[in-house]
Design a protein around this ligand. Structure first.
Ligand code: HMG
Ligand code: MG
Length: 310
């Protein structure tokens, strides 16, 4: 029987974007950004019309120093009832930090690869479910939404190709545990649309498409092609990162996520609604690129500024 969730609606023309730049985008920076720079990025993003913003991770600062004080960062933000902030919480300790600052949405994360799960969160896939069960139970008591992530949906940096049926199994388990949505992470950006199609087909045997999101890294420049493929199969939720920031400390060589700018260009030109204000998005993208002193990999952002300055 397919796993469904009555509270999620699927407007065919609306695409939900989850901005992961402040978390996925910054977790891999060689020099961690200051608290103030992280906060300014989120304040910029709040002006763009983006309604879902991942603020950071309540993980061990020994493992990911870039995400230290994410709970305090959350607490320092002005709260807007139209914007859903979230924090990554791999276990009860992380969840309790998020709870203490009044966070209303958290995300748990595992993978379809045993080796990656060990490297990333220091436990097996099965053990990760045990930790998440505690998180989900407490979250339910406090009326906190929990999103799930599954990494390595196509290839694993340690194990190579991953069987789509394993992705479906792990994703369905997260939904069964109580996650309201599961984001499928193409962690190392090696996938092509044919392989992405197989993953969605395997998942659709067990889960309704409206409960699934696509999270595509862009190492080989395939993220937009993979998103287009996903759109044709009915996926209407995508994660993206301002200025294409991102990577995972436990997936060496993987580059950033699809940029929110390029995703916006694709979606708006195809007639999908996103609620994004283009000029505000471009300002946020320019500001963070300046802070990081880095060229923006987004083709659309570069074309936008060239045209504007011509
Ligand atoms: P562990 O060492 O197994 O944890 O780490 P432990 O329970 O044995 O505790 C060891 C120490 O960590 C203790 O401190 C705990 O208090 C502390 P000590 O006594 O040594 O001083 N600790 C914590 N501190 C802060 N927050 C916590 C926490 N838990 C324990 N929540 C742990 C397990 C999960 C904490 C560790 O492996 C970790 O922090 N991993 C980081 C994982 C991570 O952030 N990865 C990147 C995000 S996932 C991703 O990028 C993929 C995604 O984008 C999708 C995709 O692209 O595929 C989502
Ligand atoms: Mg990621």
């Amino acid at each position: 029987m397919k796993t469904t969730n009555q509270t999620t609606s699927n407007h065919d023309n609306f695409v939900k974007i989850v901005e992961v730049g402040p978390r996925d985008g910054l977790q891999n920076e060689k020099t961690p950004l200051t608290f103030e720079d992280r906060r300014n990025l989120i304040l910029d993003l709040m002006k763009t019309g983006l309604k879902n913003i991942e603020v950071g991770s309540c993980v061990s600062a020994k493992w990911v120093p870039q995400m230290a004080e994410s709970d305090q960062l959350y607490a320092s933000l002005p709260h807007d009832e139209d914007i859903q902030f979230s924090l990554l919480t791999p276990n009860l300790k992380g969840f309790e930090s998020a709870l203490a600052v009044g966070c209303k949405e958290v995300a748990v994360f595992t993978a379809a690869s045993e080796s990656f799960t060990q490297k990333n969160i220091n436990c097996s896939i099965e053990e990760s479910f045990e930790k998440f069960a505690d998180v989900l139970q407490l979250a339910q008591q406090h009326d906190i939404k929990v999103r799930g992530y599954v990494s390595c949906i196509v290839d694993c940096p340690y194990e190579g190709p991953i069987d789509p049926s394993k992705v479906a199994e792990v994703s369905a388990k997260l939904i069964d545990l109580g996650c309201y949505e599961v984001s499928l992470g193409e962690t190392i950006g090696t996938a092509t649309p044919d392989r992405v199609a197989k993953v969605w087909n395997a998942c659709f045997e067990r889960i309704e498409p409206q409960l699934l999101a696509g999270h595509f890294h862009n190492t080989y420049g395939m993220a937009i092609a993979n998103i287009y493929q996903s759109l044709t199969q009915g996926i209407r939720i995508f994660d993206s990162s301002i200025a294409g920031l991102g990577g995972c400390p436990y997936a060496k060589g993987a580059s950033g996520n699809v940029s929110t700018e390029d995703l916006f260009y694709l979606l708006s030109n195809m007639g999908y609604e996103t609620g994004i204000d283009l000029d505000a998005l471009m300002l946020a993208s320019r500001n963070i690129s300046q802070v990081l002193q880095r060229n923006n990999p987004s083709n659309y952002a570069n074309a936008y500024w060239q045209k504007k300055c011509a």
